[in-house]
Design a binder for this molecule. Structure first.
Ligand code: NAD
Length: 442
């Protein structure tokens, strides 16, 4: 089948490349000319494990192309995906649909013959119907069916998630569109991936409900961590103890600095707004967003409180900047709040991230210094905070670390170290939900 993918970001590039790997003919389109130019040169504009090889292979096989102009690809496409950004609209938290609407208008004016237009972007319930109106207005003669096919991939494991999804959700009540979508995803049935056909509104809601539920799970365990710190208890054992219950499940029960990233913050807000306006407020999710915001602010304070010296003029080493490991994505990363609150108190911040530093430079204040590795980052610092649980930070040489730090203080916001490993070496160790542990008195 012929596929046009409008928007070649984290979702569009992975989805387009995987579809081409299934044997479909795919053109990935983006307005960002430099992104397309880099892709044409064989360079991948984002960090996503395994993607470079997959792109190279499918380009070489002639199944994957890149373009800044959608005309040719959309004209011949059976399916056109919209995978553009839907960030939070400034001021009210609604999803900003301007990119989606603009893409739909362009598609309407260009498409020829029966074309299935699919929203892969995360869009509020009712967007599919709005797109139908926009398309009918822009091109009354166009023969287009609008389908919702939300994406659930996780950055850092995106290819595996796309090729072996827990489920594929397709929202449409158009039988022709259903047939096209079933054919498009047929290769996945070999992996026994359940394909769930629903009404379009339901598909749109499933995506928001999934993200809100996961954000709620994270926030729940974070509150349990706070409770453990007050009353004694180990949140990791609490998580294991509840997670082994099949009704609860063990995933997304890692206490940490609060959720961030390109999806949960904006999607919880958008769902909240939609629900408020519909007169069915999601009070749980309203609370989740508030709790998470205050948690992110509290993490900077936690680092400051751990220091043995006044913040002004102190140096803190920050390990990990991206919102999670195996991505270079800095969108709404908890590191942004933490770094800012340290800088606000006069702390000098020196940071290291295995792949996120180029993106970090775009969003963090210029006064942040960047190091070439974890030990260089820790050199002479008055304390170290682990913000992102990159594998590279899981087995640091603790004796070397103690030697290079001015004060042996580690704030481990991801609980990647057993406290005893650090305490026995004379570190002050602050984790999450495992009490504030300091070295035993000599
Ligand atoms: N990133 C994730 O992990 C993830 C997971 C599931 C769903 N989503 C959803 O997928 C959508 C895309 O997210 P993303 O992270 O890939 O965003 P992104 O910002 O990485 O990519 C979006 C791309 O669309 C391009 N674009 C915008 N308007 C365009 C137009 N009219 N024509 C061509 N290109 C255009 C931009 O230049 C950009 O490169 C969002 O709605 C997001 O919520 C993201």
């Amino acid at each position: 089948m012929r596929v046009a993918m409008i928007g070649t970001g984290y979702v569009g590039l992975v989805s387009g490349t995987c579809f081409s790997d299934f044997g479909h003919e795919v053109t990935c389109i983006d307005k960002d000319a430099s992104k397309i130019e880099r892709l044409k040169q064989g360079e991948i504009p984002i960090f996503e494990p395994g993607l470079e090889d997959l792109v190279r292979r499918n380009v070489a096989a002639g199944r994957l192309q890149f373009d800044t102009d959608l005309t040719q690809a959309v004209r011949s496409a059976d399916v056109v995906f919209i995978a553009v950004g839907t960030p939070s609209r400034r001021g009210d938290g609604h999803a900003d649909l301007s990119y989606v609407h603009a893409a739909a208008r362009e598609i309407a004016r260009t498409a020829e013959g029966f074309t299935v237009v699919v929203t892969k972007s995360t869009v509020p319930v009712g967007t599919g119907s709005d797109l139908e109106h926009i398309i009918a207005e822009a091109a009354p003669e166009a023969d287009i069916a609008v389908v919702s096919n939300p994406e659930f991939l996780r950055e850092g494991a995106a290819i595996e998630d796309f090729k072996r999804p827990d489920r594929v959700v397709i929202g449409t009540d158009d039988p022709r569109a259903r047939e096209v979508m079933a054919a498009l995803y047929r290769p996945l049935s070999l992996n026994a991936a359940p394909i769930l056909f629903t009404e379009r509104n339901t598909a749109e809601l499933i995506k928001y409900a999934a993200n809100a539920f996961l954000a709620m799970k994270i926030t729940f365990i974070n509150e349990m961590a706070d409770l453990c710190e007050k009353v004694g208890g180990n949140v990791q054992e609490v998580a294991r103890g509840i997670g082994l219950d099949g009704r609860i499940g063990s995933k997304f029960l890692h206490a940490g600095p609060g959720y961030g990233g390109s999806c949960f913050p904006k999607d919880t807000l958008a769902l909240m707004r939609t629900a408020q306006e519909a007169g069915a407020p999601t009070r749980l999710i309203e609370t989740v967003t508030t709790v998470n915001e205050s948690r992110k602010a509290a993490m900077g304070r936690r680092v400051l409180e751990a220091l043995d010296v006044p913040p002004r003029g102190a140096t803190v080493a920050v390990l990990g900047l991206t919102f999670k490991p195996n991505t270079d994505d800095m969108r709404d990363s908890p590191a942004i709040n933490i770094v800012q609150s340290l800088l606000d108190r006069g702390v000098k911040v020196r940071a290291f991230d295995p792949v996120g530093m180029a993106e970090a430079r775009k969003v963090l204040p210029d006064s942040v210094e960047y190091a070439s590795g974890p030990y260089e980052c820790a050199e002479g610092a008055d304390g170290l905070v682990i913000v992102t649980e990159w594998d590279a930070f899981r087995a640091l040489d603790l004796d070397r670390l103690k030697q290079v730090l001015r004060s042996p203080i580690v704030v481990d916001l991801r609980n990647i170290y057993p406290p005893g490993d650090l305490i026995s070496r004379g570190f002050k160790y602050v984790g999450i939900g495992r009490g504030h542990l300091t070295p035993a008195a000599p």
